[in-house]
Ligand binder design. Structure first.
Ligand code: UDP
Length: 266
């Protein structure tokens, strides 16, 4: 198996589909079936979903509202999306647990790392709602932090673009895609992969990121089968192994599988 445990980050905006706001039920079910297919391969799946389709904290400042209040509103938006995804997964008979960074006792469990890991070991999809539960962060940061805490092998950032490009491919037709790129190169070239807090967390903990197109049916399953989709962000060096911490068994298995995406090793 390519991976033992993954953390999938989905943006709230992607959930809108063609709509201007809210949740597109078709897109939601599509994501749920992609996740179901990944679970069927035996991989343990954790998910963080954003809230941008409903509310973003920074918007509150433009409205003249308090930023911190807005960020908590944004966190609640991620809980709404997480609940929707949970329902969609359950409709497909996938066992799930929703763990929230904010305590919302009636609808979800509080986030407790050991509990999250136990759910994953039992084959349940764990959805992390409410980000990290603190203002001034994003769900990208929550994805990085939770992935590190649960010792995921990789963060899979599902977007509508199929990887990281030299420039925005929706604006610049000459933009080309990177098959793989190091954390340092991303910083040097000022590429936009995640916000800096989230990105730095991954870099400092040698947690690879794969940016891929989540809207093409079957892509998540293909990644689980070891296909080199999207763009891999890694440490560089010997297949990304130049790490401060020892590489876990799972990551050791994962890395050779990703070698197809890595540049020639010295
Ligand atoms: N948020 C926060 N702390 C967190 C996670 C999220 O304050 O740990 C708030 C923040 O206001 C953010 C909003 O929740 O704008 C929605 O999350 P995000 O913008 O990351 O969603 P996405 O862009 O992925 O849809």
């Amino acid at each position: 198996m390519t991976y033992q445990r993954i953390l999938l980050k989905l943006s709230g905006e992607a959930l809108m589909g063609e709509q201007q706001y809210g949740i597109d039920p078709e897109r939601l079910m599509q994501y749920a079936s992609e996740i179901k297919a990944a679970v069927a391969t035996g991989v343990q799946v954790a998910v963080v979903i954003g809230g941008g389709n409903i509310y973003r904290g920074v918007e509150s400042v433009a409205f003249g509202l308090d930023r911190v209040q807005g960020d908590y509103m944004g966190m609640l938006a991620t809980v709404i999306n997480s609940m929707a995804l949970q329902s969609a997964l359950e409709k497909l008979d996938v066992s799930t647990r929703l763990l929230s960074g904010l305590t919302i006792q009636r609808v979800c469990e509080p986030y407790i790392r050991r509990r999250a890991v136990r759910h994953l070991e039992k084959g349940r999809v764990v959805i992390f709602g409410a980000g990290i539960g603190s203002p001034y962060f994003t769900t990208d940061s929550a994805a990085s932090l939770r992935a590190i805490e649960i010792e995921a092998d990789v963060v899979l950032k599902g977007t509508r673009v199929d990887g990281i490009y030299t420039a925005d491919p929706e604006k610049d037709p000459t933009a080309t895609k990177y098959e793989n790129i190091t954390f340092d190169e991303v910083i040097e070239k000022n590429l936009n992969v995640m916000d800096m807090t989230a990105f730095t967390l991954c870099k400092e903990n040698n947690l690879p990121i794969i940016v891929f197109d989540m809207n093409t049916q079957g892509n998540l399953g293909r990644l689980m089968d070891g296909e080199a989709l999207g763009t891999l962000v890694h440490m560089g060096g010997a297949a990304g192994r130049s790490t401060k911490k020892p590489v876990s068994d799972a990551a050791a298995t994962l890395l050779p599988n990703l070698v197809g995406k890595l540049p020639e090793q010295a």
